[in-house]
Design a protein around this ligand. Sequence first.
Ligand SMILES: [Zn+2]
Length: 453
Amino acid sequence: MEKARITVFDTTLRDGEQSPGCSMNVQEKLRVARQLDRLGVDVIEAGFPISSDGDFAAVQAVAAAVRRPIIAALARACSQDIERARQALKGAARRRIHVFLATSDIHLQYKLRISRDQCLEQARDAVRLAKSFCDDVEFSPEDATRTDPAFLCQVLEAVVEAGATTLNIPDTVGYSMPEEFGELIQTIRQRVRGIERATISVHCHNDLGLAVANTLAALAAGARQVECTINGIGERAGNASLEEIVMAMRVRPDRYAYLTGVASEQLYPASQLLSEITGVGVQPNKAIIGRNAFAHEAGIHQDGVLKNPLTYEIMTPQSVGVPDSTLVLGKHSGRHALGLRCQQLGHHFERRELDEIYRRFVVLADKIKQVEDHHLLQLIRESCVAALRIPPAHVEAPARAVAASAVAGPNGGREYLQKPFPIPPATDLGPASLLRNSMAEHHCEQEDYLWGV
Ligand SMILES: [Zn+2]
């Protein structure tokens, strides 16, 4: 089956930047825009030029520097806004003017204080004006999901007639439910004359945590452009998260047979860059790019992932640009994961030796939530010292273990560089041989799996 190509419209620099704590200066916006280009998005909404001189300058700078994607600028449905957008986009290789006007009665009555007829006329005139400057014109009926569907279709028909090439349906207040939103897209496809001349787009907010679900429902109903942001930032609870939409399509092509131009390995770098610039991190359990998204703590999960990542991972960390799975060592971790981490720290133990380390590890993990590498190194040292009954000062660290701890330690491992690991080199009397006779207890293999239930 041939896959439909979906246009990815990123609004991190416009809607995303409107979220508290996420404002960016021109240089910062440029850095994000360059990463969005590497990521392969089709459209970058770079700002709202009339809103401030800073926004104007940012749109201008992005338009000048980033040449592959279409650069969009937002404008209310009035001539000053559209003129300002046109000026800001002058230097763009590919440009789009994005005009919006609210269409719901509640917005018309209380915010704009205009009638439906006035709204219709204003939308049509604004799109005509934008079209006179630029072939690529997008129109958004703000608060579309709370607009009378008959009136919504009337406005959409008028703007298509006036030359709009993309009709964006925003769930501005994050009110819609997935089936309902899908039905609205279907209604628009059926009722709006000339709809085949335009691309249907959606722009979902996450007030009920349904932005991505609504976006996917809209794709199934025929939408072909998605508006989204990195890390899901945006007004209030945010926008639909770009990484979640893209990976839903990538992981489930059987349900969502769509293509995007996004290079998924650039998702994590994009997320990290945005967090670094704004100082706003993502929640640890955030899908795709959260710190714990690929972390496995339960013993049965760790054991499975080590044997074959597909047991508990529906996508690889590498596919979204995360360097590697993070095996978090905690009280639910099994012997297998512990053994691997010891190896990564330069210590290879035999089974019975590992049992002793594991016994001490479980006691420690019961006291502290997460066992970091420096804890583990300390624990190995104590085990070896107990076996040797000699003071730590008499022995030297294997270079490999010190190097590993320097990389892996929570504070850069510096304390371990200054205090070498007091274990004899493995070539001599290594920890493995020293521990060999001290292990009385042997833990049943089955124990690893009890934690994972
Ligand atoms: Zn929005």
